[in-house]
Design a binder for this molecule. Structure first.
Ligand code: 0A1
Ligand code: ZN
Length: 881
């Protein structure tokens, strides 16, 4: 385990290395406890670098077995070798030389799941960000691009399948039960994209003919016997390949494209060139074992990794500060793909919900950082919602500002100008400036400045002057180490809506530049005057969520209700209703704290019923509208002095009020939505299931609710319905005979399927109430649970800490205490997963004082542990700072 050295890496310290490694030849002789890796590197001194410059290679816990330069052993006096670094003190005078390094690894004991490890007896690798240095000494940084040739030798019984990046070149028998395969990747790539897989796996094979008529062989490799479960992933892959050709003109470039699913993986998946490695959760699916959400995730992640082939692999990052160059852009691309495959409006609402749930709290708490950070201690901790999701929003804003066609011209220029480069955010912005002739320097602050901007907006109408005025003021709250912020360029899409929902015409506008329904907010304060406006319009703001900002709008409730019914922008219409719900929940929260019974406006309750039954709206949209803001969302909007129990009570009261007033309508609709056709994972079918399951949630609070949910559970013909019913029973009727019976039936049916058992863990870990701390503790001893498997840990411990407000934040602090001990236990094996878990405490300062004190104690107990990993120390210290 890498412990903290206290070293801080800074963007301004970037400089190219003195050496390059144009070619890398690797030979692996695989064995679980003593794998030998021979790296033959062609090293080249850069022009102008002194002959006496030492060559300093990165390592991480390596055992060096042999080292030669140009065929001659390097003498101990000519080098400095430690597990974490190898320095060649006096490299040869020749500009190019061959460096041979042999290392010995123990993949079977590698529980950090970085470098070469084994997952269910399959050898696999994970090298992003700095895992390659756990395989051999190297210039392990993304600006060192090398052409790789890889030879893998293994026992045929143990590993009949041998895969690496690029195209297959050769394979054969070596005698004594051994065999080999060689691979060559003609595209120079950084070490983080290296991959190897060896083991016994089943294959689903297919092919794809590209735009220019080349046939690419496609393979998805899974645990033998599970090939059928890869069918949806394969279909998503072919759709992704086609879409990238159509939407971005990008064609695939190798003869083969392989995907391997493994069951132990730290993240979702990895875009290694020509050999993507996936967490099996994002490959395996059928109606019996996967929910509609799983299908949608598989589609999105398959697309994401595939799209990286151009945005990440062909054009990579100069250094890790530029991570958003590949991640923000690739998330934007996968969002657009999903929007095209499904419903654009529904997709956008879901994206914004995710952004608000994950990125906003990051931006508003101690871990806030710019989309392009300027410093880090541990790069693994920067695979964040800010880099990914906000990074994607920034690309979306560029498109909003430039328009679709100029944006596409900028992207074409990016591919043309930077193919084969390790590029920067400055390079990226420049292509859009060049394609549009615009100055994007103020806009670029979105990359450099942390924090969520706020717009305070009020409006006035002067009927005599026929003038409508919007007063807009921007502010960016301070974030750690950035107390003063500069003014940003915020593209605010808007609409003026008159009676009957028609757009209101205006004859002129001054006070800001307004183009195609977008106000360009650039100054601290704008008075935007629309002339020729006779009737007072309702204003629809931040349409389509054109900018990732918060709004403080003085708006009459009447206008809000009007927009929730009439806004022609589907996103803003959802937003208006969601704001009404949030406001009602915050008022209820305050009433509960004041010892009162909360009351809700009848017209809000009626509107909920109206939306549920509005057949002009897609079922998936209605389901999203009816899903009440989550407890954490409400907490974020309240901001401080959070009492999770009161928030929970407010939310339950509103759910009960909506369900009670609309019971008959909801029941009728619930019946009508019952699926009578064969299962299909398509978006429309999934939307109907989502609406029906949302209605079930409301109806479960009504008399006979437990029986209704139990019936739903028993008659379910797919995992979406079954898991939804189980969640309703466990969450709304905890401890009831129906809930106990269903949990047991589920366990019996799926006890041997780890991915399905993850759902069982998740549902129990999110049961509201103080008792769940004990349930979760007990479940850590369940035979299906393992502290060593990231999916299990995230399902049980991750769900408990990030999706169970009342139990995790139990008033006596027991939730935090159990959590702190568990994080330390996970850390012993897997520091990366432990560090990510620990971010669940990042909003501790917004809690009421007693909980705040307990949360702080728990954080201090982690910080005080001996030999903390760099990963966990970084998170805990920043959280406490
Ligand atoms: N580049 C991957 C994410 C990823 C990052 C680090 C990893 O190390 C454990 C694994 C995957 C992506 O964006 O999908
Ligand atoms: Zn990615």
């Amino acid at each position: 385990m890498r412990t903290d050295t206290g070293q801080v890496f800074k963007l301004e310290d970037y400089r190219p290395n003195d050496y390059l490694i144009p070619q890398t030849n690797l030979t692996f002789r695989l064995s679980p406890d003593a794998t030998h890796v021979t790296a033959l590197l062609t090293v080249e001194r850069r022009d102008g670098v002194s002959v006496s410059a030492p060559l300093v290679l990165d390592g991480d816990g390596l055992t060096l077995k042999r080292i030669e330069i140009d065929g001659k052993k390097v003498k101990p006096a000519d080098m400095l070798a430690s597990p974490d670094q190898l320095t060649i003190l006096k490299p040869p005078a020749a500009r190019r030389f061959q460096l041979l390094i042999e290392t010995e690894l123990a993949p079977a004991g590698n529980e950090a799941l970085m470098g070469l490890y084994r997952s269910s007896h399959v050898y696999c690798t994970q090298c992003e960000a700095e895992g390659f240095r756990r395989i051999t000494y190297f210039l392990d940084r993304p600006d060192i691009l090398s052409v790789y040739t890889v030879r893998i030798e293994a026992m045929r019984d143990e590993a009949p399948l041998l895969l690496s990046n690029g195209n297959p070149v050769d394979k054969g028998d070596l005698g004594d039960g051994w065999h080999y395969a060689s691979w060559h990747d003609p595209f120079p790539k950084p070490s983080y994209l290296f991959a190897l897989v060896a083991g016994n796996l089943g294959q689903l094979a297919d092919s794809f003919v590209t735009l220019s008529g080349r046939t690419v062989e496609l393979g998805i490799y899974v645990e033998p016997g599970k090939e059928k479960l890869a069918g949806y992933a394969m279909d998503a892959l072919k759709r992704s390949m086609k879409w990238d050709e159509e939407a971005f003109g990008r064609e695939y470039d190798l003869d083969v494209f392989n995907i391997v699913a493994v069951s132990d993986f730290n993240m979702g998946a990895m875009e290694n060139k020509g050999l993507n490695i996936f967490n099996d959760k994002y490959v395996l699916a059928d109606q019996e074992t996967a929910t509609d959400a799983d299908f949608a995730n598989i589609e999105a992640i398959i697309a994401h990794e595939y799209f990286h082939n151009w945005t990440g692999n062909r054009i990579t990052c100069r250094d890790w500060f530029q991570l958003c160059l590949k991640e923000g852009l690739t998330v934007f691309r996968d969002h657009e793909f999903s929007a095209d495959q499904r419903s654009r409006a529904v997709k956008r609402i879901a994206e914004v919900r995710t952004l608000r749930a994950h990125q906003f709290p990051e931006d508003q708490g101690p871990l806030a950082h710019p989309v392009r950070p300027r410093r880090y201690r541990e790069i693994n901790n920067f695979y964040t919602a800010t880099v990914y999701e906000k990074g994607s929003e920034v690309v979306r804003m560029i498109r909003t500002i430039l328009g679709v066609d100029v944006f596409r011209a900028g992207m074409d220029l990016y591919f043309e100008r930077h193919d084969g480069d390790a590029a920067t955010i400055e390079d990226f912005i420049k292509v859009f400036e060049d394609a549009s002739g615009r100055d994007l320097s103020q806009f670029a602050l979105w990359y450099h400045q942390a924090g969520t901007p706020n717009l305070t907006i009020s409006s006035t109408h002067n009927p005599a002057a026929r003038e409508f005025t919007l007063e807009i003021e921007q502010s960016v709250p301070p974030t750690p180490s950035e107390s003063r912020k500069r003014l940003m360029h915020i593209p605010l899409a808007f609409g003026l809506i008159g009676a009957g929902g028609k757009p209101v015409d205006y004859s002129g506008v001054e006070g800001a530049s307004v183009e195609d329904g977008v106000i360009h907010v650039r100054k601290r304060r704008h008075m935007v005057r629309f002339s020729g406006v006779t009737e007072r319009p309702a204003v629809s703001l931040n349409r389509g969520f054109s900018a990732p900002v918060t709004l403080s709008v003085e708006q009459k409730a009447d206008d809000q209700f009007f927009l929730a019914r009439h806004d022609s922008d589907a996103f803003s219409r959802w937003q208006a209703f969601n704001t009404l719900l949030t406001d009602a929940l915050i008022s209820a929260f305050r009433e509960i704290l004041g010892g009162k019974q909360p009351a809700f406006a009848p017209r809000l309750i009626e509107l909920a019923g109206g939306i549920a039954g509005d057949e002009t709206l897609e079922p998936a949209y209605r389901a999203l509208a009816l899903a009440l803001p989550g407890e954490a969302d409400i907490a974020r909007d309240i901001g401080r002095n959070i009492d999770p129990d009161a928030i929970y009570a407010a939310r339950e009261a509103l759910a009960l009020a909506i369900g009670t007033a609309n019971r008959d309508a909801f029941s009728g609709l619930y019946e009508r939505l019952a699926d009578r056709e064969a299962f299909s994972p398509d978006a429309a079918s999934a939307g109907r299931r989502a609406l029906r399951n949302t209605l079930l949630d409301y109806l479960s609070l009504q008399p006979g609710g437990a029986a209704l949910a139990a019936g739903h559970f028993q008659s379910a013909t797919n995992m979406t319905d079954r898991a939804a019913a189980l969640a309703v029973l466990a969450h709304r009727h905890d401890g009831s005979p129906e809930a106990i019976k269903a949990l047991a039936a589920f366990e019996t049916a799926y006890g041997s399927d780890p991915l399905v058992m993850d759902k069982w863990f998740q549902i129990q870990a999110s049961v509201p109430g103080p008792q769940t701390v004990d349930t979760v503790k007990a479940l850590t001893s369940h035979p299906a649970f393992s502290m060593g498997n990231p999916n299990r840990v995230r399902s049980l411990i991750g769900t408990f800490s990030s999706a169970n407000q009342t139990s995790f934040h139990r008033a006596d602090g027991e939730g935090y205490w159990f959590f702190a001990q568990t994080v330390l236990e996970v850390e012993k094996r897997n520091p990366q997963v432990a560090a990510r878990l620990a971010t669940a405490l990042r909003s501790w300062r917004s809690l009421e004082p007693l909980r705040q004190a307990k949360a702080r104690e728990a954080l201090l107990s982690i910080a005080g542990a001996e030999n903390l990993s760099a990963d966990l120390r970084d998170i805990v210290e920043r959280t406490l700072a």
